[in-house]
Design a protein around this ligand. Structure first.
Ligand SMILES: [Zn+2]
Length: 201
């Protein structure tokens, strides 16, 4: 199998893809948000390999089942999440800097103790800064592991090794992947107005 690299341009704001660079995003009307990304495509004899085809089935042929949820220990947060954390789900926590995202997350890490290991990955703050916050919140939990890292590949390896119950990425825009040529650090300065005021978790 041969590996070919395809270049696409992706809008930093809304994720809209285009084969060529554009000054203005046709989807969200943002200016200068297109960044180049290289995607590796696995091909066989130059033909893109198709995966096994998934066929549609009658919705009525399925049995309705609610997912099991883990309480965050915060009534209000559980309510926002629809009843608690769902296994395998990804939650994006946004909000203005200083609003208390990292504090809330640290308290959450503590509240779900006994459920398994929690991996706290920080791309911004040091272990000492986070420990200081934990001390202030009187959190002394042996289930919380800290990893100061921004390389998604390394984080993935650690997740596979530790198999934590919960992974915190603080914050997502500080992360980068070798598989994408436009690293988070590279697109950050081109981020516009309000979006740069937000830190995502
Ligand atoms: Zn856009």
């Amino acid at each position: 199998m041969a590996k070919t690299t395809k270049t696409v341009f992706v809008c930093n704001e809304c994720g809209c893809e285009s084969a060529k660079w554009m000054g203005k995003c046709p989807a969200c009307n943002s200016w200068n948000t297109f960044v180049e990304q290289k995607i590796d495509k696995i091909t066989e004899n130059g033909v893109k390999k198709l995966k096994t085809r998934n066929e549609p089935k009658l919705l009525n042929s399925y049995k309705g089942q609610d997912v099991s949820r883990t309480s965050t220990g915060f009534g209000e947060l559980d309510r926002v999440l629809g009843g608690g954390l769902v296994k395998g789900s990804l939650i994006l926590l946004g909000g203005e800097p200083g609003i208390g995202k990292s504090t809330l997350i640290l308290e959450l890490c503590d509240k779900i103790k006994g459920e398994g290991k929690v991996l706290y990955v920080s791309g911004e703050e040091s272990a000492e800064q986070i420990k200081l916050r934990a001390d202030r919140l009187k959190i002394h939990n042996d289930d919380i592991l800290f990893l100061g890292e921004t390389d998604i590949g390394v984080i993935n390896e650690q997740i596979e090794e530790i198999t934590p119950k919960l992974v915190i990425i603080d914050s997502i825009q500080t992360m980068y992947s070798d598989e994408l040529s436009s690293a988070a650090r590279k697109c950050k300065p081109s981020k516009r107005n309000n979006s740069s005021d937000y830190e995502n978790m």
